[in-house]
Write a protein that binds this ligand. Structure first.
Ligand code: EPU
Length: 337
């Protein structure tokens, strides 16, 4: 593996932020992973870069930055109703979705068009329109950068939560995701109850959709609401939707009758961060080269030339103003580096 010095990371992050990697290596083959142990011993600090679609660089990266490009998608095992698909971490998530759609393997159609790599998907437990990765994931193969061995994490061992996993917590930056294996269905079990998805399918005049039609509907919703990172820098939702208690929601709804709350269980509700941000007056607001997206205020955009620190400060101002107005502290979904 070749190490390059002072590499610009601008092409490697969807925010389009200019930052330098002091040392940068591309992992291209499985054999490269075996040589990583020698490399990581040389550097005190390392960073693992996937698709760069959920990262905000606020500084240059010292130490070693590893960019995983190991590719491959295979059918591991199948019977009449289910199939196990293995995909290596360097694949683009949406290419894996396309593969599944082409083969009529159901389960990831709602996750169509999510930017980023396959390797990043379990870290974030990516989710959209009523489906999360945890619903289809069988296991994750990961390489311990300190112990220098590969471990298989079952779905349960991944400790998935809302945009959360063990890889984001105790194993943060200590594991290189090598591959994931999904269990998909040959007989689709569609999840089409999410409000905007239902409305889009109705608009398309589709009553009994195929998985390809579900993906098409998702693609339309996403492209209408979410800015294309190839045109305007962004990292999708910048904040998580906060969870509050039923009691707190009741108190807030006395003042804000239309506050949208989605029941998680009997006692807890998920509140729309987009709504909170919009109510706090940020929707469409722009400061210099940074802005709050006018169509989906959960997305912060780089109109061009913004620094990571400017975007971070902008997000901090949103957090403070939402906190002041509603007493709810928004949590960033994007990783800050
Ligand atoms: N809303 C507003 N104003 C707006 C937009 C939305 O008030 O301008 C409110 C509405 O009440 C709406 C609710 O927000 O019903 C939910 O909106 P949307 O369906 O767009 O979902 P979201 O909460 O904004 C989440 C995920 C997205 C995912 C969509 C669809 C998080 C942090 N974000 O967004 O994921 O695509 O649901 O499932 O959970 C991502 O993680 O990067 C991402 C884009």
């Amino acid at each position: 593996m070749q190490i390059s010095r002072n590499i610009s990371l601008q092409p490697y992050n969807t925010f389009g932020i200019e930052a330098l990697a002091e040392n940068f290596a591309v992992i291209e083959t499985i054999e490269d992973i075996a040589t990583i142990s020698k490399l990581t011993k040389q550097y005190q600090q390392w960073h693992l870069l996937g698709g760069g679609s959920n990262i905000l660089f606020t500084d240059n990266l010292s130490g070693l930055t590893l960019y995983n490009q190991v590719k491959g998608i295979f059918i591991v095992q199948e019977d009449e109703t289910t199939v196990l698909i293995k995909a290596f971490a360097g694949e683009k998530w949406n290419d894996l979705v396309q593969f599944c759609l082409q083969h009529n393997f159901a389960g990831v159609e709602n996750l169509s068009l999510i930017p980023g790599s396959v390797g990043a998907a379990p870290i974030q437990n990516i989710g959209a329109y009523g489906v999360e990765l945890k619903d289809v994931l069988e296991y994750v193969e990961a390489y311990h950068l300190d112990k220098h061995e590969t471990e298989i994490f079952s779905n349960k061992a991944c400790r998935f939560g809302y945009r959360d996993s063990i890889f984001k917590q105790q194993y943060k930056n200590r594991l290189l995701i090598v591959a994931i294996t999904l269990r998909l269905n040959k007989i689709p079990k569609l999840v089409i109850g999410y409000g905007s998805l239902q409305q889009q399918l109705e608009k398309m005049g589709i009553v009994k959709p195929t998985i390809q039609q579900v993906a098409e509907a998702v693609n339309i919703i996403r492209t209408n609401k979410l800015p294309d990172p190839a045109k305007i820098g962004n990292a999708g939702s910048f904040f998580k939707n906060p969870t509050i208690s039923k009691f707190r929601l009741h108190v807030l709804s006395e003042q804000y009758a239309d506050i949208p709350g989605f029941a998680l269980d009997e006692m807890n509700f998920k509140i729309s961060a987009a709504w909170l941000i919009e109510q706090a007056g940020w929707k469409g607001k722009r400061e210099g080269n940074v802005g709050c997206n006018p169509l989906q205020p959960l997305v912060i955009v780089n109109y061009g030339g913004a620094t990571g620190k400017e975007i971070y400060n902008f997000s901090e101002a949103i957090i403070q103003s939402v906190k002041q107005k509603f007493g709810i502290e928004l949590e960033r979904e994007v990783n800050i580096w």
